[in-house]
Ligand binder design. Structure first.
Ligand code: OOB
Length: 549
């Protein structure tokens, strides 16, 4: 007999009166991911759904492949309710995998292609995952089967590894099939559909349970705001597992609309521009540094980008000057700013907003039922135009992380508002302008890095006495990471320390961009100060020194 350990159930619960209100308002419609795909496959079986590499799948193809994968997952011994870490890049099989899992009532845990053993083992352990799906190799050549072997050794409860491509000793994804009669019915719309990964402001990433009802609402409501319909062609240029290209309005919005999803293996203009021209892409989403790169390349390209009507930019702050540059470079394509978070709340500028709003704000919430508070540090509301802490509650904003009492106590108020950690101002028209954030993470071109997590890694080095990691403004990345190190014994060299960080099996974007060795943090005069204040002082000192040069 195979041992199946009891796992903690997943849930995401809104108080009854809120749930009743969201249903009555028509936000939660009782739809589910497998139900939506089945409906589209019935209504428009021959319409193209997914275009990736040399694959062109219709809605009927995608549904058939999802059912085969679902039956195959069950046939392996995975059970409804099991969590499965999915680490796939922008390939068609991402969709047959996740819809296969939905169809079998299993729960994908979305990892990014850049994550490495340390992060994947954390997600698998925290989610009590029973399976892992990866590709043989990534777009960058990384061999995920090596990671899978180490993962299986380190996380014994993870029973199944399924590999897209050459599976070596693991289960090949292409061979998955089984008894369709064994497939369960559709899940409860208020059940958890998948786990997203938090940006991780403090320490390691937290798991974000999202329900069918709440997430589908954010997808179809985003379609209305971004003008997505069955004729749209959405280019997924950012990693498909990230919340932004998934739901704003993203590939799941596009599939909800019966539209077409085109997958770009990388967001670089050399790869994405020919795809836009060939497939008649109408809408896509980018982080600010990529939007600037596209703006520059668009001026000189020979590829026809005239089909592109909407360019969403978000994940990190797009300054008004950068916004102007992007809009000017692509005058026929409307810029739309999006400020969202995997925990829920998403804001958009609207397609018919005047330029001043599109260029200078990060938009306003999707829903009339999104409740937004902007509070000072004592918890009092600040007047419009003044910066304050953003808190949010609503029909697609979570009430709790999975199995993390300490984070929940920190991140949610007793009456259920999520503390976003962002500092914003509200304009008289109700639009939000992001000013910065309260927490200590680095937003490196849209990738969120927890200072604490990186400090912890650095402290494991024998020649590091203490470490403080801060964000520094960067012309290209928006922000880069800088680690201040107090050495112990031999002074470590920056290059050697970076190389050593790479051996920690962490995502490459977490390796500090800059390392500064210091004799002390010079905090004695002020007595004991918090790490938050220490990081702020070190950052200020570095910026002063740079300004003097
Ligand atoms: C998106 O989601 P996450 O979970 O990776 O990161 C959320 C955080 C926000 O709390 C904020 O600090 C920052 O990313 N952020 C922005 C921003 N959009 C996100 N900061 C300034 N300006 C913006 N436009 O990044 C995400 C999720 C859904 C849609 C778009 C982005």
């Amino acid at each position: 007999m195979e041992r199946i350990a009891a796992v903690l159930p997943l849930n995401q619960v809104w108080p009854d009166d809120f749930a009743a209100r969201y249903r009555a308002a028509g936000h939660w419609r009782g739809e589910t991911f497998p139900g939506v795909l089945r409906a589209r496959a019935t209504e428009r079986p021959d319409a193209l759904a997914i275009i990736g590499g040399d694959q062109r799948w219709t809605y009927a193809d995608l549904w058939a492949r999802a059912e085969a994968a679902a039956a195959g997952f069950l046939g392996l011994g995975l059970r409804p309710g099991d969590r499965v870490v999915v680490q796939l890049g922008n390939i068609a099989e991402f969709f047959s995998t996740v819809f296969g899992l939905f169809r079998a009532q299993m729960v994908p845990v979305y990892a990014l292609p850049g994550h490495r053993l340390t992060e994947i083992a954390h997600f698998a352990t925290k989610a009590e995952a029973a399976g892992y799906v990866c590709a043989d190799r990534g777009a960058d050549g990384f061999d995920y089967r090596v990671l899978a072997r180490q993962l299986r050794d380190g996380v014994p409860d993870l029973r199944h590894v399924v590999v897209v491509g050459d599976a070596a000793e693991f289960t090949p994804f292409a061979g998955l099939d089984g008894d369709r009669a064994a497939l369960p019915g559709d899940p409860d719309p208020s059940s958890v559909a998948f786990l997203q990964i938090s940006g991780g402001t403090t320490g390691l990433s937290k798991l974000i349970p999202r329900t069918h009802d709440d997430y589908l609402y954010s997808c179809w409501a985003s379609n209305e705001i971004c003008g997505v319909n069955a004729e749209s062609v959405f280019l997924c240029a950012l990693p498909a597992a990230h919340n932004f290209p998934m739901s704003s309005p993203g590939h799941l919005g596009a599939l909800h609309a019966g539209a077409r999803v085109v997958l770009s293996p990388t967001p670089s203009p050399d790869v994405a521009f020919p795809l836009i021209a060939r497939e008649g892409v109408t809408i896509t989403g980018l982080v600010p540094p990529l939007a600037l790169l596209w703006a520059q390349s668009a001026a000189a390209t020979k590829h026809d980008l005239s089909s592109l009507r909407v360019l969403l930019v978000g994940g990190a702050k797009l300054t008004p000057e950068a916004a102007r540059r992007v809009q000017d470079a692509m005058p026929d394509c409307r810029l739309q700013q999006v400020f969202g978070m995997a925990e829920g709340l998403v804001n958009y500028t609207r397609l018919d907003d005047p330029d001043a709003i599109v260029l200078e704000t990060q938009g306003r919430p999707i829903s009339a039922d999104d409740e937004v508070l902007i509070l000072d540090d004592q918890g009092n509301p600040v007047p419009d135009g003044q910066p304050g802490n953003l808190l949010a509650r609503g029909p697609y904003t979570i009430r709790a992380y999975h199995n993390d009492a300490a984070a929940n106590a920190r991140s949610f108020t007793p009456d259920g508002f999520y503390r976003t950690g962002d500092i914003v101002c509200r304009t008289p028209e109700g639009y939000l302008v992001v000013q910065g954030r309260a927490g200590d993470h680095i937003n490196r071109a849209g990738e969120k890095i927890s200072a604490e997590e990186i400090e912890d890694h650095l402290l494991a080095h024998p020649n590091v006495f203490d470490a403080a990691v801060v964000s520094v403004p960067d012309e290209y990345l928006g922000e880069r990471s800088c680690a201040f190190i107090i050495p112990r014994g031999d002074r470590p060299r920056a290059v050697a320390l970076k190389a050593w960080m790479r051996t920690r099996n962490i995502a490459d974007f977490k390796v500090p961009d800059q390392i500064v060795l210091v004799e002390s943090f010079e905090t004695t005069a002020a007595g004991k100060i918090s790490r938050k204040e220490l990081r702020a002082r070190l950052r200020a000192r570095l910026l002063e020194q740079e300004a003097e040069q």
